[in-house]
Design a protein around this ligand. Structure first.
Ligand code: UDP
Ligand code: MG
Length: 315
């Protein structure tokens, strides 16, 4: 039997791109007849008519499977839902629906997989079109997460990747709710190969990730992959306590050595208090972040809910 490769595509407000994405995918996969292909589209609660467009495509082409989530859960969870449906395939390729990931690169991903790679990661070489703030934000994020976590996350790496079935099965065991899809994948390890590509500009619509969403994604990734911020509070506490201790000694010492009172007791108390209040507030803020994560993990809600499944064989 031919090996199966699934292409997993999260869709949110992409009605305009879907047709041309489908055609470009067809051009690529029709040349790879030795594999049997399936396209798993996840409609992530799009407010536009993406779902209708997908259904129309699925009616004509049984290769197309459509997973309709009950509301917008965000790209990370949409990808997760798609990959969970693809566990019977020998490889899974994740690709964005907005045509920023050229489907024409798929053969190179497949070749790398045939040569033994278990994860093929694509890396963007051009981000000229991205706003400066976003580029800076992303470099700071990667610098930080690679400093604080015990595994390597590749900067500029995209979600456009191929995963071997082994990786997809392992991924099923990741149960955290606050998730950065590629963060979990990077954490898992496996044999990785990197491929560079030039990102195209978005053809239709606008990017669904606002700065606010990106910020919370970054914070979630850091708190779910590392305890370093919590430790940092400890270090900061030590630093501030010793610093203010020395300052205090200096002030008290000066007062004792000179006949005049240089620093009033009130000044000394104010210095001490300001530092202590700072420490306490920061500690509380950080602990709150972790408690937030624990909270969402403990609730143990289902990660997503599916409204409809089209073209999936029913068991
Ligand atoms: N997406 C999604 N749910 C969302 C936002 C985006 O499924 O809530 C999909 C979107 O349709 C696209 C991919 O995720 O296929 C990447 O989205 P976008 O282009 O907005 O992000 P960026 O390119 O900035 O990473
Ligand atoms: Mg995009």
């Amino acid at each position: 039997m031919a090996k199966k490769i699934a292409i997993v595509i999260p869709v949110y407000r992409e009605a305009k791109s879907l047709q041309s994405l489908y055609q470009r995918l067809e051009l690529v996969t029709s040349r790879f007849t030795k594999y049997s292909w399936e396209y798993i589209f996840i409609n992530d609660g799009s407010p536009d008519n993406s779902y209708e467009v997908l259904v129309a495509l699925a009616v004509k082409d049984p290769k197309i499977k459509v997973l309709d989530l009950s509301r917008n859960f965000g790209k990370e969870i949409a990808l997760t839902a798609g990959v969970h449906e693809a566990t019977s395939c020998d490889a899974v390729i994740c690709i964005d629906a907005d045509l920023q990931h050229p489907p024409e690169l798929i053969p190179r991903l497949v070749y790398a997989w045939e040569e033994g790679a278990e994860v093929v990661v694509t890396v963007r070489t051009s981000t000229d079109r991205e706003p400066l703030l976003r580029r800076w934000g992303s470099s700071i994020f990667y610098w930080l997460i690679n400093k604080v976590s015990s595994f390597e996350m590749i900067p500029k790496a995209t979600d456009f990747r191929l995963y071997d079935q082994k990786v997809v099965l392992a991924f099923e065991r990741a149960t955290e709710r606050e998730r950065l899809f590629r963060g979990i994948m990077d954490w898992m390890g496996f044999r990785r190969v990197m491929l560079e590509f030039k990102a195209d500009a978005r053809e239709h619509g606008e990017a669904g990730y606002s700065y606010v969403k990106l910020w919370s994604l970054a914070i979630n990734s850091i708190t779910s992959f590392s305890l370093w911020p919590l430790r940092l509070t400890g270090y900061l506490g030590v630093l501030i306590t010793s610093g203010s201790g020395l300052l205090l000694l200096w002030m008290v010492g000066n007062n004792l050595l000179t006949s005049k009172t240089l620093y009033t007791p009130l000044a000394i108390v104010v210095v001490v208090n300001t530092f202590l209040i700072g420490i306490v507030l920061m500690a509380v803020g950080l602990v709150a972040l972790y408690i937030g994560t624990i909270h969402t993990e403990v609730i143990n809600r289902p990660l997503y809910l599916i409204r409809e499944k089209i073209n999936f064989e029913s068991l």
